[in-house]
Design a protein around this ligand. Structure first.
Ligand code: ADP
Ligand code: MG
Length: 341
């Protein structure tokens, strides 16, 4: 690697704001690899995500916000496992080093890294089209991780926060004519921008739900698609086949923010909230005996936690309207390869 690139790494990714001390990190950046040592009785939980310009975020995205989104969507995967963040690594491909861009990106990363006490411990820096890969490392008491595969008939289905705001934000960012621009005042813009670029990683919720939830995942592709993953993996574990578990969702119980309801036309709301994606809220299955405890744990965190339906032995996900009619949920979540399948 050229000398200038070592300087770039040191200046933007070797800062005390990013490489701060953590009890479990024995060695951060600067050597050939980092060293993490977990306390006895803990397991390491790892997740990696790549965000490519113009596919996962718009070209010319604000680097300060973009950095936050990159780290937060990774932390959201740890949240969905009930894991506590420990540290992250960053592989970044840059077209040309731009000092302003890098300074803002580094600062954005640091804001989130510090908020979640998750230092940057190493990475790789290359030339190429803008692409950002982050791997987060977390810890969980042995055997207590929240998996997708534990849902059973009768479990209640909950979601944290509101659904659809990030999808509405993408309409706004892309200039989609369906968005009601007249309702886009400064506070609505703030809500949408935050939903897309600064989704809350529900770390505290995931940790509090250990031992209470039977299954959990974070909603990245849209509830319709992601809940199906819970049904498939849970059925497979229980019955050896992806058949056997379904879900009944009540359309009127889907939590929608005021901003969403003002900006998105009524006839589009349900489809967008269920299949728009990028929510990074948790979808959680809770056995009836644990519902009261789970609700009060989320209340203690001040987090909206809404029961939207339950697991049954029906086929697929069905949506029950306010009139009591049931419709199969045919809306698919966003799938990168859907056109080629
Ligand atoms: P090597 O050639 O041994 O892989 P590199 O030149 O890629 O080493 O990196 C040198 C050091 O800088 C390593 O400790 C690496 O973890 C760190 N590093 C490189 N890029 C980044 C980055 N984007 N963020 C954090 N640390 C980085
Ligand atoms: Mg390297």
């Amino acid at each position: 690697m050229a000398q200038g690139e070592f300087e770039l790494i040191r200046r933007y990714f070797g800062t005390p704001e990013l490489n701060f001390a953590h009890d479990d990190v024995l060695l951060g950046p600067g050597d050939d690899a980092a060293i993490v040592s977990l306390p006895v009785g803990f397991q390491m939980v790892m997740s990696i995500d790549t965000l490519n310009e113009s596919i996962h975020f718009p070209t010319q995205a604000d680097p300060f916000l973009l950095a936050q989104r990159c780290l937060l969507v990774n932390l959201s995967d740890l949240a969905a496992m009930g894991a506590q963040p420990v540290a992250f690594t960053l592989a970044i491909s840059l077209p040309a080093p731009d000092a302003h861009w890098l300074a803002a990106f580094s600062h954005g990363l640091a804001v989130v890294a510090q908020a979640h006490h998750c230092p940057l411990i190493g990475g790789d820096t290359t030339r190429g089209p803008l692409s950002i890969t982050i791997q987060v490392h977390g810890k969980v008491p042995a055997g207590q991780a929240l998996l997708r595969s534990g849902a059973a008939v009768g479990d209640a289905i909950y979601v944290t926060g509101d659904l659809g705001d990030a999808a509405a934000a993408l309409w706004w960012i892309l200039g989609d004519a369906r968005l009601n621009d007249a309702a886009l005042d400064a506070s609505a813009r703030q809500v949408l921008q935050q939903a897309f670029y600064q989704p809350d990683a529900r770390i505290d919720a995931g940790i509090a739900l250990r031992g209470l939830a039977s299954a959990a995942l974070d909603i990245s592709d849209g509830l319709a698609s992601d809940l199906q993953h819970v049904l498939d993996t849970s059925a497979f574990k229980r019955f050896g086949s992806t058949q056997g578990l379904g879900a009944l969702i009540k359309s009127e119980d889907i939590p929608l923010s005021d901003t969403f309801q003002r900006c998105v036309p009524l006839r589009e709301q349900l489809a967008l909230a269920l299949s728009g994606g990028d929510d990074y809220e948790l979808c959680v299955c809770v056995p009836p005996a644990q519902e009261a405890a789970a609700r009060s744990a989320m209340q203690a965190l001040g987090l909206r936690f809404t029961r939207i339906g339950h697991i049954d032995d029906g086929v697929g996900i069905r949506l029950q309207t306010s009139l009591g009619e049931q419709h199969p949920l045919s809306l698919k979540g966003y799938n990168h390869f859907s056109e080629s399948l």
